[in-house]
Design a protein around this ligand. Sequence first.
Ligand code: FE2
Length: 253
Amino acid sequence: MLEAFQDQGYVVFPGFLDKAEIDTLKAAVDRHVSAQPRRHAYEDEHIGALIWHPRVSEMVDELMGGRYVFHHIHAARHDAGMEGVSWHQDYEQYPQTNRSHLMVHVFFYLNGLNGTIGDLLFVPGSHRFATDSHALTFLGDSDLPGMVTVDDVPPGSVLIVHSGMWHARRAKPGGEDSPRWFVDASYCQSGVRWPSYRASGMLADLRGRHVAAGGTRPWLFDESQFFDAARARELSGSLEGSVLLDLPQWKTP
Ligand SMILES: [Fe+2]
């Protein structure tokens, strides 16, 4: 599994969650998508607890090979007729220059994928090349050389992908009788600071809930490993030339 992940950038666990977990999470996602006013997915008791799901954590532990931090969790219900998503990648970095540390996305397909509503597309190996996420938008969801289509996985399947992997969702007809319940959670390897949009309140809240639930991984929610992505986004618009020249190693050879 580890070798395949290093090389290809993904690993698939068909039917990973059990029936009770699937049912609880589907109900939670339904509540989340219809909540007014809108709330963040992490605020839901069950969606939040998925962040430290014991068997998922074991897999992420293996891939990270050491400490890491939680980045975000999103939940959505894809109903029939849902639009697709163009090719992009979700590795967080300003500017995109390297892939020294691992960031992963864990995709939960609560009732699987069956070729209706939307297929997951990705290009194995594409995670090795630092690419601005928006650079790929012009490709839409067109076929790319070597791409893999995921359109047949059973309920409760989990995919872990390198966040820098190019991926898309291709809209498909059908699915009027059954939407796709989808959750994605993301984690970043410790050792560098990562961009985040709302780290402080979210992390403190989750850390408290995790510990209250008997969790032993408060280090997942360490604010000090993040910086403000909004500020970074602003500043990255004013970069000039080769930013490598600003490194202390370059200044004092
Ligand atoms: Fe994505």
